[in-house]
Design a protein. Sequence first.
Lengths: 106, 111
Amino acid sequence: MTEEACRTLAGWHARYERKFFAATSVTGRQLRDPRLVATIQSAVSRYRLPAEALQVEVSEASIIDAPDAAHAVLKALRDGGVRIGLDDFGTGTRRSGRSAACRSIP
Amino acid sequence: MKLDRSLMADLYSDPWAQGVTAAVLAMARAMQIRSVADGVDDPATLEMLRALGCDEIQGLHVAPPMKARDFEEWLERGGARHLARDYDTKIARELDLADGPLDDIMKWANG
């Protein structure tokens, strides 16, 4: 996924003046994968993109599930210049959206 | 910080969604994080978000999801030109967004 995003972006950077960035989602399980940071960084450098051309998005729920793994991965990516996105913010739940806990308070 | 699309579903009429959206946007501003609202499907929701101080939007009101090749064509035809400020300000006037029950929450959200 990251590989394909980087390939497409490299084409757009060559074709257009605007410096687009692409956002890719990272799941909670991927956050625990020790190879994740290297995989992302190698895709970015293979296509000679600036690190800020990629935004890695992590949901609020997956950070709550694995705060230590999330912190390590996001810090490593951020230090390398990759943008970080906090996805699905404001519901505080896992994809249940409107059934957020505080919604059920009478 | 991407605001969950479930908040946008009826942002225009749901005070709960307005409150959470305003609070998340206030937090993002305080932390100097750019805010993006996901699932903005109509001009009324866009105007609400403008009033609440959201930085960016995505959703059907901008464009439907599309493949990379279609995006190139869309961009070259003018992209999100239809979202130009004048157009939406007119809609905001018609909807009379700044008046009524939302007034207080927007004042609060904008400090």
